[in-house]
Design a protein around this ligand. Structure first.
Ligand SMILES: O=C(O)CC[C@@H]1NC(=O)NC1=O
Ligand SMILES: [Fe+3]
Length: 420
């Protein structure tokens, strides 16, 4: 659009997250960001800005503030009904899992709550969680189905995700996770439920254009590799990308299956072995870490971070926002936990919610870096150094402005940073 608004964002310290810049965080100083409409047109030396100044270019003085790409949460289940606080309370009072499950707890109880909600109420309840992510700087978020577990309610969940993307300044990457759990009506008939998933649910969600990827829960308490393979074959037949919750509680070698299908990402991966890491490295599959679930479940087995680093697998960090294992709508908390619990460096944690999260969503060429031709999603920070983005949690006012597709739509008035 020739008439799109042009803005020159000057005097910022740019944590570009672009590997072409070798400094930590891809940091470059003395450069300005030139945006036109929703795209970064160029990153130019401040000494050259006179050459592009004209009445069509608005100047925004960042007064030395750090700038990062918009944050990307590459794994959430944020569309759901109800909550699971009371079963969590029972667990902490020593009630065994089996008894909670027998009483209808677990994923099935969220399925029931989600099925009972109208689309409007599902959107209303979920919007609060999305607003929390937006307030911390999330500009692109992945949202899964997986609490409907029948055609009508899986479509309802994905429609809710679409409506949220139309109601907020955020991009939503929708994923069909019908292979999340066996619904009550198929109890004891898992293969028949997978028939329903591959013959009815995924085709309908794909046809409706309501999902771009398919996810599975490949686990001893979830679906077997062969059942997941059927789901991936169906995804492939419908032109959808694949990913998987794999090696979260045991090693089912789900990572190798995801890699075989050139999957976008393997998620959780606490029990991933070197064979799985090698397969991911060869297929370019991203490791999506969910420290929130590890923390909330009080797990002890950590993902093989050193092996993943040694084989050059990209590490993403996500909230895994869901009512059962990670009810935390904070990307900054996930960044902090990735460092404290899994040993990532603050720089790896920032890359984990920018360029690597973009790759996990198949958006590595357009999102997740301050780079020419990329989306103009910018976060303007009131911090002294980018390491603070993983270091502190909950500090009010650190996010001075959130720019989505070139427009400053900060959820709150910009903090009183002198001159900004
Ligand atoms: O408990 C829930 O509601 C979802 C749990 C969540 N789903 C999955 O496949 N792994 C998880 O941690
Ligand atoms: Fe998950």
């Amino acid at each position: 659009d020739q008439n799109a608004k042009q803005i020159l964002w000057i005097n910022g310290r740019l944590a570009t997250c672009d590997p072409k810049h070798t400094a930590p965080y891809g940091a470059i100083l003395g450069h300005a960001i030139h945006t036109k409409g929703s795209i970064i047109l160029a990153i130019i030396p401040q000494t050259d800005i006179v050459s592009i100044m004209n009445e069509n270019v608005e100047v925004r003085d960042l007064n030395g503030a750090w700038v990062t790409p918009g944050f990307i949460d590459s794994h959430t289940h944020l569309v759901y009904g109800g909550n699971r606080a009371q079963e969590w309370e029972k667990r902490l009072n020593g009630v065994p899992y089996e008894q909670i499950a027998a009483e209808g707890g677990g994923i099935v109880s969220t399925v029931k709550a989600t099925r009972e909600l109208s689309l409007e109420d599902l959107v209303a309840q979920s919007s609060k969680r999305l607003e929390a992510l937006i307030a911390e700087g999330v500009t692109t978020v992945e949202i899964k189905s997986g609490y409907g577990l029948n055609l009508e309610d899986e479509l309802k969940q994905l429609t809710a995700a679409k409506q949220l993307s139309e109601s907020y300044p955020v991009e939503v990457a929708s994923t069909c996770l019908s292979a999340h759990a066996v619904p009550p009506e198929f109890k004891g008939r898992t293969d028949e439920y997978i028939d329903e998933v591959v013959n009815t649910i995924i085709p309908a969600c794909a046809k409706a254009g309501l999902c771009e990827a398919v996810d599975v829960f490949c686990e001893s308490v979830g679906f077997s590799r062969e059942q997941c393979r059927r789901v991936f074959e169906c995804a492939k037949a419908h032109g959808l990308k694949v990913k998987g919750h794999v090696e979260q509680l045991t090693n089912q070698h789900g990572a190798e299956l995801v890699a075989e299908y050139k999957g976008l990402s393997c998620d959780h991966i606490e029990y991933l072995d070197e064979a799985g890491v090698k397969a991911m490295a060869e297929s370019g599959t991203v490791a999506v870490l969910s420290p929130g679930a590890y923390y909330f479940l009080r797990e002890t087995q950590k993902p093989p971070i050193d092996t993943l680093r040694a084989h050059g697998v990209n590490l993403a960090v996500a909230t895994d926002l869901n009512p059962g294992t990670s009810p935390s709508a904070s990307i900054r908390m996930a960044m902090n936990m990735a460092c404290v619990l899994f040993g990532l460096t603050p720089e790896e944690s920032v890359f984990g919610v920018t360029r690597n999260a973009a790759k996990a969503l198949g958006r590595g060429e357009t999102h997740g870096m301050l780079k020419e031709g990329y989306v103009a999603d910018l976060l303007i920070w009131n911090v002294d150094h980018p390491s603070q983005l993983a270091y502190s949690v909950g500090t009010v006012g650190e996010l001075k402005a959130r720019v989505y597709r070139g427009v400053d739509n900060s959820a709150k008035p910009v903090a009183s940073y002198p001159g900004f």
